[in-house]
Design a protein. Sequence first.
Length: 264
Amino acid sequence: MKIVFLSDTHLGFDYPLRPRSNRQRRGESFYENFQKVLDYAIEQKADLVLHGGDFFFRSKLNSIVIDKAYQMLDDFNNSGIPFVVIPGNHERSKLPESFILHYPNIHVIADLDEMKFSIDGVNLNIIGFPYQKQIDQNFPLLMKNINLDESNFNLLLVHQIFYGAKVGSHNYTFRHGSEVIQNRDLPPQLDLILCGHIHRKQNLSCKTNNEKVIPIFFSGSTQRTSAQENCEPKGFYEIEIMPDKTLKYIFVELPADMVEIRKY
């Protein structure tokens, strides 16, 4: 089973509808990179595209920004490849409503939910929920409501922070706090976690209480949104899940149009 995983597209970022100056804007590049991921999924004949949240850059948006993004999903629906997305914190855990979100191949995880796919000998069970603030307390309760079958490949798709994630030029590491999910709370039946929210691409290996190691992939944002990211590669993952639950994966880089210019 081949999965394309991306997150934090932040569509609408720096996309002024009535610009008051002629300075260069970057908003179009966010849409362009998103389209590159969709095109890649079609070219590589992916079985699924999973989006880890922050599809848009904010919750209140002009209809032009929304329509431009949803038209891309409308076109992608015709590919026959399922597209699964969870709302992130920038959308305030809810995507703007549209009939396009109810198309056969477009799936929005609006609440704690499970989705099952069976492809090429892999029985995939996707568990997901929209972004939550007090996740340190809520996560164990959410997982108790899910009955995980270890014969499936259990994939958690979320927009949260996990213990050990790093951000910024000084490598700040998340360890504690209401926004951090701890290793001890991870159900041992999970086989893979795909996560948005952190803009830096990184892989973590977390041990559960029974010593099982669960890989956590942050694909990072698809375009640079701040100066803190000016040295970070941007892109997405192509992940292959084998029938024996082993993984093969590559990180595919996208053009990143923010650079640092030093004056001497």
